[in-house]
Design a protein around this ligand. Sequence first.
Ligand code: MN3
Length: 192
Amino acid sequence: MKFELPKLPYNFDALEPYLDAETMEIHYSKHHQTYLDKLNEALAKYPDLSGSAEDLLKNLKSLPVDEADRKKIQNFGGGFVNHNLYWSVMGPKKQVDEKLSKEIEAAFGSVNEFKKVFGDAAKAHFGSGWAWFVRDESSALKIYSLPNQDSPLTLGHMPILNLDVWEHAYYLKYRNKRPDFVDAWWNVLKLI
Ligand code: MN3
């Protein structure tokens, strides 16, 4: 199995000034591409594997691969799939999901409270990783962060949206000020 990089659904400069074009270009063309290349390289040894990249992460623990390759699929498969979602939830124009907004209000009290809890998870995450908004196995809405490229899919959860808090996601523009990046990011999240 060999996966391909999905086309970015907007130009590199489309999310300016909140996400700068240089960060977007390096993030997509270098970081995302490298995760994909290394995933494909790891999978080349296993011609009998099938399914989507998401399936690999869902079934990570039971994949018939050796342990070093399981770790590669966790890291590079996660890197590939996590960024696919990340690009898709952002955009230059709001396309608010009204149904989701109502669910958020029911679960968190208000959209602002949701933003606070999610933003705090992103700001407080130590080191590289992602903030996640997911449905758990009982369909409950949950917010948490995970290290590195670990995917909620491996926990049996369905990702709704995610925020990359690796330094490569913001350092060129925001330097060490991750909280400023997190606060600005709501402007380019199209769903909410
Ligand atoms: Mn990234």
